[in-house]
Design a protein around this ligand. Structure first.
Ligand SMILES: O=c1[nH]c(NC[C@H](O)[C@H](O)[C@H](O)CO)c([N+](=O)[O-])c(=O)[nH]1
Length: 175
């Protein structure tokens, strides 16, 4: 039975003129690495040039909003990226994996990071794709990164959806 969830088949957009940033956390890096690969494959499939993809990492998901806004990335302004410049990006993908522990730490980071990423994109005018997995156990995270867990089920790699969303929003932002 076809799944009812998810964005459905992505529409095709030409990403050849886009400059895309990816900022990922390093916590839970086995899942992160799979999500990152999925996002990069979608970007490549849409024609985004490898030289126009900038990848940065931060320790954990809590650092994502700050890094997306400023650290290591050319400052985000409303000026569209131009070829070969260090001008800002057309879209940025923020990737993190939060796994629920015994305390409330998970909830506080999840909420702060979510609100922070939304604020950065609205303040900067640059689309920030929400690539934060908030899962209750590692199995859920593996499944959403397309990795077979102990249960053997291989889910859908959500990173590929985030890459497609970055291309769509980047193209729409350029107008
Ligand atoms: O990205 C994550 N960061 C986590 N914590 C670190 C946090 O994001 C910050 O890096 C840290 O608090 C320092 O600011 C996590 N847990 O605590 O479980 C987690 O599961 N995932």
């Amino acid at each position: 039975m076809a799944t009812l969830k998810g964005p459905g088949a992505p529409k095709s957009y030409d990403g050849s003129g886009l400059r895309v940033g990816i900022v990922h956390a390093r916590w839970n890096n086995k899942i992160i690495d799979a999500l990152l690969s999925g996002a990069k494959k979608s970007l490549a499939d849409a024609g985004v040039k490898k030289e126009n993809i900038v990848i940065q990492s931060v320790p954990g998901s809590y650092e994502l909003p700050f890094a997306v806004q400023r650290i290591d990335l050319p400052s985000l302004t409303k000026e569209p990226a131009t070829k070969g410049s260090t001008a800002p990006f057309d879209a940025i993908i923020a990737i993190g994996v939060l796994i629920k522990g015994e305390t409330m730490h998970f909830e506080y980071i999840a909420d702060a990071t979510t609100q922070g990423l939304m604020r950065v994109q609205l303040d900067s005018g640059v689309p920030v794709i929400f690539g934060l997995l908030t899962v209750l156990d590692e199995e859920q995270g593996l499944a959403r990164a397309g990795i077979a867990g102990v249960g053997g089920n291989v889910g859908h790699n959500h990173g590929s959806d985030w890459g497609s969303a970055a291309v769509e929003l980047g193209v729409k932002r350029k107008g």
